[in-house]
Design a protein around this ligand. Structure first.
Ligand code: NI
Length: 264
């Protein structure tokens, strides 16, 4: 499957489920901007049936190459990023199950066991969402107590967790301060965990994000409102050689993961 086709499918699914993303995207268009993607992010479990190596296969086949990896000690996550000329970066993280309680490990094992066999190893896996069946709200809450990431993944499954607007590609809104102000003026809530802007020009990458909008999900116990996906914004700076920095900063991404946390 070529990369454009993959991203079109992911984008359609992502904006249908999270209408606020489409609103933000359209807001930039109304302002006369061209929206380009800096990166697209996915979440998965480190189970060898669905880990980063499995999820990245469709991108490798489309021409992507591995560029770097990242450790998130506190959240017990590991991630890799991939690039292809002319395409957005792809960032895939996985939850290190062994760092959690036997209960969480058991839920993850059962969840992966319940993925239909024909999806495992297929190109459809990355689009398949929550293919393991209707989630339980009780299980969701128990997972949340240990990992918001695990809870989000258990309910939403395989889909784009976020797309990221390249602020370098914007004309009028060419700083994160201006982007964040535009979003706030239009009623969107910025993830302020660790400050509204994560990273610094010295680190060569600044990022911000809106908090996931609350969406209704059909649980075994009935329909409940929980956080969906979010939209992110990234500004990259040139390094000493004048090349735009292309990696990620684990310390910043650590706080960005919290964009899907349930906040009161
Ligand atoms: Ni991101």
């Amino acid at each position: 499957m070529n990369a454009n086709r993959i991203f079109d499918r992911l984008w359609n699914d992502y904006t249908q489920q999270n209408p606020s993303v489409r609103q933000v995207h359209d807001l930039f268009l109304i302002e006369g901007e061209t929206v380009m993607n800096d990166h697209i992010a996915f979440r998965t479990f480190d189970d060898p049936r669905v880990n980063i190596d499995v999820l990245s296969r469709i991108f490798i086949e489309a021409g992507y190459v591995y560029k770097g990896d990242y450790h998130f000690e506190e959240k017990h996550l590991y991630a890799k990023h991939f690039e292809m000329d002319g395409g957005p970066r792809v960032f895939i993280s996985e939850l290190l199950a062994s760092k959690f309680s036997p209960y969480v490990q058991q839920v993850i094992r059962q969840t992966v066991d319940n993925i239909p066999a024909e999806l495992l190893g297929s190109d459809e896996l990355i689009f398949s969402g929550c293919s393991w069946g209707k989630p339980s709200y009780e299980v969701y809450e128990k997972l949340r107590a240990e990992s918001e990431y695990a809870a989000w993944l258990y309910v939403h499954g395989f889909r784009a967790n976020h797309f990221t607007v390249s602020v370098n590609g914007l004309k009028k809104y060419n700083t994160l301060e201006k982007v964040n102000q535009l979003l706030k003026d239009n009623g969107f809530r910025i993830n302020d965990s660790g400050g509204e802007i994560k990273g610094t020009p010295a680190e060569l990458l600044e990022q911000s994000s809106i908090r996931s909008e609350m969406i209704y999900v059909d649980f075994i116990e009935g329909s409940k409102e929980i956080p969906g996906c979010y939209y992110e914004f990234a500004r990259r700076y040139p390094d000493a050689d004048g090349n735009l920095y292309s990696g990620f900063i684990a310390k910043s991404a650590d706080k960005i993961f919290e964009s899907t946390d349930k906040v009161s």
